[in-house]
Design a protein around this ligand. Sequence first.
Ligand SMILES: Cc1cc2nc3c(=O)[nH]c(=O)nc-3n(C[C@H](O)[C@H](O)[C@H](O)COP(=O)(O)OP(=O)(O)OC[C@H]3O[C@@H](n4cnc5c(N)ncnc54)[C@H](O)[C@@H]3O)c2cc1C
Length: 500
Amino acid sequence: MSNLEYKMTKFRSIFWHRRDLRIEDNIGLIEASKNSKNLIGVYILDPNLLNLNRTTSEAKNWFLGESLLELQKNWERRGSLLLILNGDPIKLISRLADLIKAECIYWNENIEPYEIHRDKIITEHLSKNKIKVNTFLDQLIVNPSDIKTNNNEPYKVYGPFHRKWIDIINKTNISNNNIIPISRTSEKIRGLDNGELSLIKNSDLNYSITKKNKYIYYLLSSNRFKDTNFCPCKPGEYESKKQLNFFINSGGIYSYSQARDIPSLESTSNLSAALSLGTISCRAVWNKAQISKNMTTDEYQINSIDIWIKELAWREFYQNALINFPELEKGPYRKKWLDFPWQNKTDWFEDWCNGLTGIPIIDAAMRQLKHSGWMHNRCRMIVASFLVKDLLIDWRWGELFFMKNLVDGDLASNNGGWQWSASSGMDPKPMRIFNPYRQASKFDQDGNYIRKWIPELSHISTPNLLSGEILSAEKNGYPKPIIKHKNQTLIFKELYSNIK
Ligand SMILES: Cc1cc2nc3c(=O)[nH]c(=O)nc-3n(C[C@H](O)[C@H](O)[C@H](O)COP(=O)(O)OP(=O)(O)OC[C@H]3O[C@@H](n4cnc5c(N)ncnc54)[C@H](O)[C@@H]3O)c2cc1C
C-alpha cells in the first residue's frame, strides 16, 4: 500500500497500551487516532510480566492498577473505551481483532527480550489474517538505531553514548518540533457501536469496563500501597505530570547537583516508575528540563539541570544496552564473572533483605525499600556493592529481590545498575568497592536518613551511628554487624584476582 493510500484510508483499529499508560504525547496512539475511523484501546495483564516471584512487586502492581483505572476513564472521556484483559496476549490480541473485525493494530515497541519475542509471534499471526500492524518507538527520546559509533556499532561506554545522544537531540530539536500537543490527543475518538460492544461483552474475552473490573481489582485488592502515602512515586498520568511540575517549580531540578546524593532529602524527581510504565513521556520530561534551563543564567543551576538530564541518558543507555546485548538479562557482560566463586550464604542474604545486617546505612536503605517500594539511588549503589563485595553473594540474587520489591522495577535499569555495582557490566572503570561507613559519613552526615528508617537507633549519637560503633547496651535489639567490611573486601579481592 502506498503512503498516500494509507493516509486516505481510515481503518477500524485497536491501540494496544503496554508501557505507555497515558494519552498525552503517546506516539502510537496519536497515529492510531489520526488514521482510524473507529478505535478502541486494550491493555493486557500478561501473566509473564505479573509474576510476583520474578517480574513484579506489590508496589508496581499498585502503580499499574491505579494508572490503568485513570487511563480507562480518559479513554471514556474521549468517546471510546479501554478494554482490560487478562491472559496470553498472543491469543487475546488475535481474538479481539477477529471479534471486532479490526483491520489495523497499533502499539509502541518494547525493548525487553520477552516482549520482543512475543510481539514477533503476534505480528506473524496478525499478518497471516491480513491485519495490519503499525508500531512506533515511543519510550526513548533517541531511536536506538540512530545511536551508533563511527564504526556503526552500539556504544558500550556511557560517556561517548551520552555525547552522541545529546548531539542527536540537538539536531532533531525535540523541544520545538517533536512534542505532540495535547489538543491532538484530547480530540474525540470514535469507538465502536453498541452492537459491537455487546458482542465483546458476551464473548469469552470477559469484558468489563467498569471500575469493578475484576483484574484491576486483583491488582489492587489487599494491596498495602492502596490509599497510602508509603511510596514517593504516584501512579497515573495526572499525578506524574504534577510530580514533574513539582520537581521543577519547587526548585528541585535547580539544586539537583548536590542534593541528589543526600538520601534524607526529597530532592530527586521520583519519576522512575512513571518513566518505566509510561504515565509520562520521556520527551515531555526532557522538554521541561530544557524550559527550566532557558529560565536561568545561574551556572550552578544550569549544571544541575545538565546532571539531571544525564540521568535520563543513563536510562536510555541501559535500554540501548539491553536491545543490543539481550544476553545481559541472563548474566554478566564480562564473562569471567561466570567463574566467580560466590559464597551465597542464605542467612546473610536474609539479613540483607530484612535490613538486619547490623550496618546502619545498609539496613536503613533496605527498610526504605521494603516499606515504600522505592530506594534512593545513592543507597541502591551502597547496598548493591555491599551484597556483592562484602557478603560475596551473586548480584543476580539482589537484582531479583529489587524486582520483587521496587515500584520502578525495570529490567534494563535494574540489570544495568546491578552490573555496574558488581563490576560485571560494560563500565570500563576499575573495581569499585563502597565502604558503607564512609558512604554514610559522606552522604548522611547528620544521620537523619538512618534515624528515619531505624527508629530503634534514634537516640545514638551521630558519630557512632555513622561509624556503626554502638554499645550493646544501647542497641535496643538492633543486631551487631554480621561481617567486618575490611576483612570481607580482602577476601573479595583475593577471589576476584583468581578469576582474572
Ligand atoms: C542497583 C540499582 C538498581 C536500580 N534499579 C532500577 C530500576 O529497576 N528501575 C529504575 O528506573 N531505576 C533503577 N535504578 C536507577 C536509579 O536508582 C533510579 O532510577 C532512581 O533512584 C529513581 O529515582 P528518581 O526517579 O527520583 O530519579 P532522578 O534522580 O530524578 O532521575 C530522573 C530519572 O532518570 C532515570 N535514572 C536516574 N538514575 C538512573 C540510573 N542510574 N540508571 C538508569 N536510569 C536512571 C530514572 O528514570 C529517573 O526517574 C537502579 C540503580 C541501581 C544502582
